[in-house]
Design a protein around this ligand. Sequence first.
Ligand code: ZN
Length: 243
Amino acid sequence: MRVLMLSDVHANLVALETVVAVAGEFDAVWNLGDIVGYGPKPGECVDFIISLNPSASLIGNHDWAAIGRLQLDEFNPVARFATYWTTAQLKTEHMHYLESLPNRVIEEHWMLVHASPRHPIWEYVYTAKIAEENFELFDTDVCFLGHTHVQLYISESMAKAGMGPAQPHDGMVLQITDERYIVNPGSVGQPRDNNPDAAFAIYDTEERTVTFRRVPYDVALTQRQMDKAGLPRPLITRLALGV
Ligand code: ZN
């Protein structure tokens, strides 16, 4: 089974459509959360994800915020403004869909969370130390997660040695074999690794490989949609920088 893995779409419909168009054939879709927040097309992105009939679909912190499940104190003013705007765009069916999403999915070989095994909604896995601590908290071969908006992977031995996480290049294939891994497919709609290209990954469950991908999309079109929606300027400019 070839799984198209999507995370942190953040209401960027142009990026989402581009990723699905270039992903090639896939048998299943997993959404690792944050469909909405920041971007200009939240309802449309929820509808698009539903139309893909994902076999796993997770809640993210921005999805929670949009449906009123989070106090917004921890969001900066720009994110808070975007959250209020997002909530106002969502229809009842979008709310119901987001409310129905779990915060983790565990199968025999893999675990899916938005943020981390320890804190499925909140924790950023971006250091070897944080990864090492989280390896203790799951026993599947691989844990797929998003939230940092940085495409990366780290094995248990890398984490124990204080190495990584490593950032793959477009087209890199990671073989999941004797080692356990934490893998982040990166963000479809708001990458933060100084590369504006949309990030995603394909997981082949038989070959046990993860193929990391980056794809350019029409950033200027998303920016025009944000401008028209009256979304904050810093959110618009960051998309072109990948920060
Ligand atoms: Zn996010």
